[in-house]
Ligand binder design. Sequence first.
Ligand SMILES: [Zn+2]
Length: 342
Amino acid sequence: MIIDIHGHYTTAPKALEDWRNRQIAGLKDASVAPKAAELEISDDELRESIETNQLAKMKERGSDLTIFSPRASFMAHHIGDFNTSSTWAAICNELCHRVAQLFPDNFIGAAMLPQSPGVDPKTCIPELEKCVKEYGFVGINLNPDPSGGHWKEPPLSDRHWYPLYEKMVELEIPAMIHVSTSCNACFHTTGAHYLNADTTAFMQCLTSDLFKDFPTLKFVIPHGGGAAPYHWGRFRGLAQELKKPLLSEHLLNNIFFDTCVYHQPGIDLLTKVIPVDNVLFASEMIGAVRGIDPETGHYYDDTKRYIEATPNLSAEERYKIYEGNARRVYPRLDAALKARGQ
Ligand SMILES: [Zn+2]
């Protein structure tokens, strides 16, 4: 079984974006603000948006199940206030839930949180609990920078975030540390802000003792871990100077990297540097990089090809990356699969 742990609903029917635009317009002129119930998307529309996009590509490329969350760049937690994010997150999560219901063999949900800059993260817990307990979601996306590129919240190691971590540990769900749109002109959203945030999150964990307080807390750092694997020597050296334990003990029981790295040398490096138990298959397909690589003739985000081609992995190690590690890091996914006899 091949599990892609990083998929977003980037192809939702246009009505969703139209609704969001009206919600944003409503922040200035309340008379145009839409009600949640005004968004109408039929099952047929959902089905078509998936069958012609993600599901078609999954079949073509040979993956079976995608952990599916709302479109990351559309989370835009910096817009409006908690109520804005709360309504928007509920709508987006419900759509992912409906997709998972329509295609239960191929999609299982992960939640976007109703974060808002300067607002206590514990306000996200009701939406999180609803998604896990009612919708059967198996993970969350946690935005370490809901200001959208201005980094106004404390680091992930700060007690600010602890109520959320307590709930994650209780419910046995990991968080993918995933920022959203950058509204800071210095940072391109997917080319700079995403990768900066991946690296920043890793370093915030490295300098802290967060996982002493939460030994079972799990973070997935997407996009191949940003700069972390490439600069592993720097991070090992910094940990040494800070008198931290070896990274294998300090971070690698809790931090995992996905394979959203869009070329062969990147996957070769990732699988050489990072222990195989800490690498999870993902493509983030129909996401940031949608083109075809002229050097290979294949889509950049067809990451399974790189896992297949790398000389660094045995068959058993490939199994871990495709399936075994995902079952371990996402215990609720494992339980859901086992309940279906898989
Ligand atoms: Zn993503």
